[in-house]
Design a protein around this ligand. Structure first.
Ligand code: ADP
Ligand code: MG
Length: 319
């Protein structure tokens, strides 16, 4: 590469607006390892996600949006664990050193990193087809991390936001007159960090919705050894999807569309009031969409009490 790896990192990340220092960063970019301090009384939460151009995002997506989204999908994993974001590393595989592309990519990354209070502490830079890997680390009070295996019979099934919007937005990619709100929900998913902060100690299980609401709820059910009844008409819909010309198509996006990065969690019924108060006090919202039962499997119902059999349950990478 014409620009050396070190110059590239320095110019676009370290000297740009991407935070590279912060609490617990003893050594960041520039050494062989980042050296980090986890706050006392906390455990380390770590997750990694790779975005492959043309697979996880359209090849013509703007670099600023790619930068934002690469971090957003990873922050969502920290949210699902109830962890506070602290540090991330970035492995970039680039077809060429395109400085305009890098500046835009870094700007998108920087915007969300600053907002989430997460510092870039290292990474790797290689040449090849465009692939972005972000690894995030955060901390959570010892023993309080949320997991998929804690749901119990009688718990309520809850979800944040309005699932389905991102899939609807992606389906309209490049279409003339595409809905701007829906497109944006795909481009700039909101990692539900504020909501996640309220869940430890109240929620019994949690997952972020990356593959589709029912598919990801299915992971909670499997890990917890339980089943669920879901009232599909109780899942909140954005005005864009509530008014969609084909309501059955919209419902498939709501239940099976990926890429929303909402949180799906369960809460014991006797903690519901406490959780509602905490959310209301923070100006946040969630919806109850069903309940957990001891009988395994996922059963869906319409408002009139009839069974609903979803045609597709979610995105599977190797299906
Ligand atoms: P090494 O040879 O030890 O792998 P590198 O030459 O790959 O080191 O990287 C030099 C420094 O720059 C390291 O501290 C590394 O973490 C950092 N770095 C490399 N690429 C990136 C990147 N894309 N984002 C952030 N930091 C990076
Ligand atoms: Mg390296």
């Amino acid at each position: 590469m014409a620009l050396s790896e070190f110059e590239l990192i320095h110019r676009y990340f370290a000297a740009g607006r991407v935070p590279v220092a912060g609490p617990g960063v003893v050594r960041g970019i520039g050494d062989d390892c980042a050296i980090l301090t986890v706050p006392p009384g906390c455990e380390l939460a770590v997750s990694v996600d790779t975005l492959v151009s043309g697979v996880h995002f359209p090849a013509d997506m703007a670099p600023r949006e790619i930068g934002y989204r690469a971090l957003a999908v990873n922050l969502s994993d920290l949210a699902a664990a109830g962890a506070t974001p602290a540090w991330f590393t970035l492995a970039l595989t680039l077809p060429a050193v395109d400085e305009a592309w890098l500046a835009e990519f870094a700007a998108g990354l920087a915007a969300l990193a600053a907002e989430a209070g997460i510092a870039l502490v290292g990474g790797d830079t290689t040449r090849g087809p465009l692939v972005i890997t972000v690894q995030v680390a955060g901390h959570v009070a010892t023993g309080r991390a949320l997991a998929r295996d804690g749901a119990g019979a009688g718990d309520l099934v809850c979800v944040t936001g309005t699932p389905g919007d991102a899939a609807a937005g992606l389906s309209q990619w490049g279409a003339p007159g595409a809905d701007d709100y829906l497109r944006r929900r795909f481009l700039r998913p909101t990692p539900r960090l504020a909501e996640a902060r309220l869940l430890p100690g109240l929620a019994s299980a949690c997952i972020d919705v990356s593959d589709g609401l029912l598919a990801d709820l299915g992971h909670i059910l499997e890990a917890s050894g339980v089943g669920a009844d879901v009232q599909v008409d109780e899942v909140p819909r954005s005005p864009a999807l509530a008014g969609w010309p084909d309501p059955e198509r919209a419902l498939v996006w709501v239940l099976a569309g990926g890429d929303d990065y909402e949180l799906c969690f369960t809460v014991p019924p006797d903690r519901r009031a406490e959780l509602e108060q905490a959310f209301a006090a923070a100006g946040l919202a969630f919806a109850v969409i069903g309940h957990i039962g001891a009988q395994p499997g996922l059963r869906c119902f319409r408002r009139d009490g009839s069974r609903y059999h979803p045609a597709v349950s979610g995105y599977e990478h190797f299906a």
